[in-house]
Design a protein around this ligand. Structure first.
Ligand code: GYE
Length: 337
């Protein structure tokens, strides 16, 4: 799907979902003309609908905020939500999607735990005429008609932002440890690729160790402990974690090893959850690249339009910032998750 993202059809940039000015560096205008999604319309109230949502799990603070946003939005709009937690297992998500099809929901939305292996079940949804919204994570498929729309973040851009920030912070010189997200997931693949792209211009920036921490605090800590026992880990000057939870776990490991996180090891991660802002405030985390989990409103905007037979954009990206010691204070008090 990544290739498609670059060349494709309808791209609409939506700012914080409520007020949605397209930014000036937006890609070329959409081929399919569809209005930007800008919150509940002032037109007639939407028809009540049933949406089946197959969630990844509860692996991180980002995910918990994402689940909360979806549940709260269903309730606010009076729609029925059938929610399933796959506990990070693709087979559970496939089962949930099949059961949504059997129950005849109006719309299916899901956050694909990994990128591949969805074609068969999505063909079943298509045959049943149930539109599918990909939430937060993309898939890899030859047949882009197997889903109706994607709403979420540009993970490759997040990786690039993390790499650029680190290059500036370290003047292009760093021995980097990398904690990757769930193997095979879009955010792990793309955040890795974007970061590598951004540091490729700096010959003195090298990733010296890279391993998955499964997007969890516990694994972030465990893998960092192991890293710090190796010669590469002992000489490392920076850490790039694909999410804040792993960075926070790693911070504990760094402290336990008698080093100062944020000073001896410069740390950049992705998500922008409350605990990351608190860690920046304490000087233990240096930067978080924001990834917006509040996808409930845009998912239900899309679902309502689909049920009303309206056309929707194929891709909707969130607009996101980069926070470090210079600007974290602007948002820390408003961050609810
Ligand atoms: O960054 C991570 C979560 O898919 C964007 O999944 C999401 C990622 C998020 O577990 O914290």
């Amino acid at each position: 799907m990544r290739k498609m993202l670059l060349t494709t059809m309808t791209v609409s940039l939506v700012g914080l979902w409520a007020c949605a000015p397209a930014t000036t560096d937006a890609p070329p205008p959409p081929v399919v003309s569809a209005p930007a999604i800008d919150g509940p319309a002032d037109s007639a109230p939407a028809q009540k609908l049933t949406l089946g949502f197959a969630q990844v799990g509860a692996e991180s603070d980002w995910r918990k905020a994402n689940t909360e946003s979806i549940k709260a939005e269903a309730e606010k709009r009076g729609h029925e939500l059938k929610f399933s937690d796959a506990q990070q297992k693709q087979e559970n998500q496939i089962k949930a999607i099949r059961s949504f099809i059997a129950q005849g929901v109006d719309v299916i939305a899901f956050a694909p735990v990994v990128e591949t292996g969805w074609d068969a079940v999505l063909a079943e949804a298509k045959a049943a005429n149930i539109p599918v919204i990909l939430s937060d994570r993309t898939i890899n498929t030859q047949d882009e008609t197997l889903y109706t729309a994607f709403v979420g973040s540009d993970f490759r851009e997040e990786g690039r932002r993390a790499g650029k920030w680190l290059a500036e912070k370290t003047n292009g010189e760093a021995s980097i440890l990398e904690l990757q997200g769930t193997p095979g997931s879009a955010p792990a693949n793309e955040r890795k690729a974007g970061f590598a792209e951004a540091i490729a211009d700096f010959p003195n920036m090298k990733i010296v160790k890279s391993q998955t921490g499964e997007f969890t605090r516990a694994m972030g800590k465990e893998v960092m402990e192991a890293f710090l026992k190796t010669p590469e880990g002992q000489g490392a000057t920076a850490l790039y974690a694909h999410n804040d939870d792993m960075a926070i776990g790693a911070i504990q490991a760094i402290e336990a090893a008698g080093k100062k996180p944020g000073q001896d090891i410069v740390i950049v991660s992705v998500d922008g959850v409350k605990d990351a802002f608190l860690a920046i405030q304490e000087g233990k985390l240096n930067c978080t690249v924001e990834c917006n989990p509040l996808l409930g409103p845009p998912i239900f905007d899309l679902a309502e339009k689909l049920v009303a037979g309206e056309q929707v954009p194929k891709i909707t990206y969130s607009e996101e910032g980069v926070f470090d010691e210079n600007n974290y204070a602007d948002v820390i008090n408003d961050r609810k998750y």
